[in-house]
Design a protein around this ligand. Structure first.
Ligand SMILES: [Fe+2]
Length: 468
């Protein structure tokens, strides 16, 4: 444990030639930093003690060591800049509920030497109370209580929650080893959040939603290795240039999201007009290499599964269909049909494009044919958030197998799924091919370093049926 840097250090928003370095120390402290040959000094934020340093002029595709020092103490980390002229390899992850499990998956990624960066699809924290006050699932009772114990509502609550997460030694190790590029999902704010509120936000007792969003986003930008400040109007979504390998279009679906009661149609949006125009333009434009549309939540349709009793049971348990009703869950893309179809068609039309997604707390591979083109989607499971066996108290990969079979039977576009495992994706892309590996930890209820690859898929640059 570091005395002056109790939360370690982090790097993020890395590009071919720049990075944001982060540390947190005593408020108003003088901090020296070094990154490769560059060095400088900074003063930590007088209120929070955070330091964010933008370092530019770096070489592409290079590994860098960096350090912060203050009060006679030095702390070191490393990251890689994104290459311009070769393939990339990155981890994809989401959904880390602190009281549901140990961050074994973060440790496994920290132990990997051959990835360029980490892509975080959201639910990096959960705002929920230790004993949930709404429809959220209780923790696993493994001695990792939430702090604060109640729901995060104010800036101070969210700040305390980030501090809890960032004292976790596995998460400290992940940040010290790899740069992270993050978007947000609902739990950085509140369960099933949209622009004007959330299922579990009560303005009568918790105050204006805009105040809660401001507090949550102020804490996010203070704790994350990023210069994006959504509370001051910055957008979270962005394009990440992967050089010869292509690009990632990283989406954000909460801050401009329509009221869930809005009827289906062109006015119902998860992205907001500005982001949607940007993403659809980029999908229409394509470009060399691969285009990864990274969305916090799974894009593929679950409609056909809700007519089947077993499939519906699994969807209910995972909160993917409305409770006790065979209706699409209002928080999923199926409730944003018009925009969902625009994005799916945009990805399908590009010969080298894949959607990357998470949020549903299971793993899946989709490949659907639309007008002769193929829409591929790779969905990552949770780091720790409860999946089917956790919710049911079943052993892993036992009873859930029947429900996996039911989903596969009813969803012809779903090529593979796993409803129980926790872990992350390793995605690799170069001009010739793109591939994905689903990596799983053996458990989350105890510390373990056992990881195995559960599934993989590779796509050639020119999928069957396309000529470009
Ligand atoms: Fe989640």
């Amino acid at each position: 444990m570091s005395f002056h840097f109790p939360f370690g250090l982090a790097s993020g928003d890395v590009s071919h030639d720049s990075v944001v370095l982060w540390a947190k120390t005593d408020p108003g402290a003088s901090v020296s930093w070094r990154c490769g040959d560059a060095e400088g000094t900074a003063t930590s934020d007088p209120k929070t003690g955070s330091v964010h340093v933008l370092v530019e002029g770096l070489d592409a595709g290079a590994q860098y060591s960096y350090s912060f020092s203050s009060g006679g103490e030095l702390i070191e980390g490393r990251f890689r800049t994104i290459p311009t002229d070769r393939g990339v390899r990155f981890a994809v992850l989401c959904c880390a509920k602190y009281n549901s499990g140990f961050f074994n998956a973060y440790r496994a990624i920290a132990d990997m030497d051959d990835i360029d960066f980490v892509l975080e699809l959201g639910d990096y924290i959960y705002e929920a109370a230790e004993v949930p006050t709404g429809k959220q699932t209780p923790g696993a009772g493994i001695g990792r209580p939430m702090d604060p114990l109640g729901n995060c509502v104010t800036y101070k609550d969210y700040d305390t929650r980030y501090a809890l997460y960032r004292r976790d030694t596995d998460l400290i190790a992940l940040h010290a080893k790899h740069a992270m590029i993050a978007t947000i999902d609902d739990h950085e704010l509140s369960d099933n959040a949209w622009e004007g509120g959330a299922d579990e936000h009560d303005p009568a007792t918790e105050g204006p939603w805009s105040d809660r969003v401001r507090g949550a986003m102020t804490a996010w930008s203070d704790w994350m290795p990023t210069l994006r400040r959504p509370q001051d109007g910055d957008v979270v979504w962005r394009e990440i240039d992967l050089g010869a390998a292509g690009r990632i279009l990283l989406c954000e679906t909460r801050l401009k999201r329509s009221d869930p009661n809005t009827p289906q149609g062109v006015t119902k949006t998860a992205l907001g007009a500005e982001q949607r125009a940007f993403m659809l333009d980029k999908l229409a434009e394509g470009g060399d290499g691969w285009t990864f549309l990274a969305v916090p939540s799974m894009l593929s349709d679950l409609d056909h599964a809700i007519g089947d009793e077993e499939a519906l049971f699994a969807l209910h348990k995972l909160k993917l269909a409305e409770a006790d009703s065979p209706k699409d869950f209002h928080d999923l893309w199926d409730s944003f049909e018009w925009e969902q179809n625009q994005l799916i068609d945009g990805v399908a039309r590009l010969p080298r494009a894949v959607a990357l997604s998470g949020d549903v707390h299971f793993s899946a591979e989709f490949a659907s044919t639309r007008d002769g083109a193929v829409f591929d989607e790779w969905t990552v499971t949770s780091i720790t958030s409860p999946n089917l066996d956790d919710k049911m108290g079943w052993p892993r990969a036992a009873k859930s197998l029947d429900y996996e079979a039911a989903l596969l039977r009813n969803l012809p576009d779903m090529r593979w799924c796993d409803l129980d495992s926790h872990g992350f994706l390793i995605v690799e892309a170069d001009p010739q091919f793109a591939s994905c590996q689903w990596w799983f930890v053996d458990q989350v209820r105890a510390i373990s370093n056992d990881v195995t690859m559960g599934h993989s898929v590779a796509l050639p640059a020119h999928p069957e049926g396309t000529t470009s």
